[in-house]
Design a protein around this ligand. Structure first.
Ligand SMILES: NC(=O)C1=CN([C@@H]2O[C@H](COP(=O)(O)OP(=O)(O)OC[C@H]3O[C@@H](n4cnc5c(N)ncnc54)[C@H](OP(=O)(O)O)[C@@H]3O)[C@@H](O)[C@H]2O)C=CC1
Ligand SMILES: O=C([O-])CC(=O)C(=O)O
Length: 263
């Protein structure tokens, strides 16, 4: 029996709960969800807690963070120190090298593992393999419709509501992108960690009024060859910033945790 906890019950959290029955062949139980305010009648009689200690007291084997960077900072080390594995959706939090080292240390000192899902993108398997062969360049371009950038620092750069043509709202390193756009660009951190790191991974972010999907383009060149991956992800109907694919990738991490065959 795998005992599962969640942090956050938004676009990703709700889809994870709905998808677990399809993804897990082993018996499991969702022992609780950490939310910021108590939610009555959550789903399937799952309890919601507002204090991490209440969730830890349910003795989950694995906790899925799908809340935001602050949640990783606030709870990550405590979860790992309690010997509970952690799936991190908000991978951009790891652009903070101090937090990265703390989490790694907490995991090394326990049996608990940190799972980083590919999330909204694909090709991470090829990128980590290419890294071992030797990488020369990794560039990533993210295009999202203007409404996906609302509530971010892009509002001060362009008139998102009146945008007539695509505008580059950021060009720089993966580390800067992940920090400046914490709810939109976690995938830049995933690509950085799988490949050339936060400084060397080049990122461009675009607000494009002519698209409806979130379009992710990764270009990789190295000693083993080169590849390009273009992924047009439908936005979650619950949260336009988040691609629908993300929650399924997160759920697959939980399935891998409980499975003897990992894919
Ligand atoms: N790796 C990837 O590919 C992707 C990663 N992400 C990451 O996943 C996160 C969640 O995405 P998504 O589900 O779409 O976001 P949503 O905004 O839809 O949901 C987030 C939920 O988490 C809750 N929450 C936020 N902070 C805390 C906290 N400290 N403790 C408990 N609950 C908290 C929010 O509660 P409230 O309603 O009170 O704010 C909200 O219900 C994003 O912020 C992003 O960091 C997102 C997309 C792709
Ligand atoms: O879901 C996406 O398209 C990507 C995203 O928001 C993120 O990386 O934080």
């Amino acid at each position: 029996m795998i005992k599962i906890g969640l942090i956050g019950f938004g676009a990703i959290g709700q889809c994870v709960i709905a998808t677990l029955p399809k993804a897990l062949t082993e018996e499991y139980q969702v022992v609780g969800i950490l939310t910021r305010k108590n939610i009555d009648n959550l789903v399937n009689d799952i309890s919601s807690y507002t204090n991490i200690d209440q969730l830890l007291a349910q003795h989950p084997d694995i906790i899925v963070e799908c809340a935001g960077h602050d949640a990783v900072k606030e709870y990550g080390c405590k979860i790992l120190a309690a010997n509970i594995s952690l799936v991190i959706s908000s991978i951009g939090a790891l652009a903070d090298s101090h937090l990265y080292e703390q989490l790694k240390h907490a995991s090394t000192n326990s049996q608990a593992k940190i799972y980083l899902p590919a999330g909204a993108i694909g090709g991470i398997d090829a990128l980590v393999a290419a890294k071992l062969g030797g990488l020369n360049e990794v560039t990533y371009t993210m295009r999202k419709p203007p409404k996906a950038w609302l509530g971010t620092v892009a509002e001060a750069l362009v008139d998102l509501n009146g945008l007539q043509q695509a505008e580059v709202i950021f060009s720089g390193s993966a580390g800067e992108a992940a920090t400046l756009y914490p709810k939109n660009t976690n995938v830049t951190a995933t690509i950085a960690l799988a490949g050339l790191g936060f400084e060397e991974t080049k990122v461009q972010l675009i607000a494009d009024p002519e698209i409806e999907d979130n379009i992710h383009e990764i270009w990789v060149s190295g000693e083993t060859g080169s590849f390009t991956i273009v992924l047009a992800g439908k936005p979650s109907s619950y949260n336009p910033k988040t691609s629908a694919l993300t929650a399924f990738s997160v759920t697959n991490c939980v399935a891998n945790f409980g499975s003897s065959i990992i894919i």
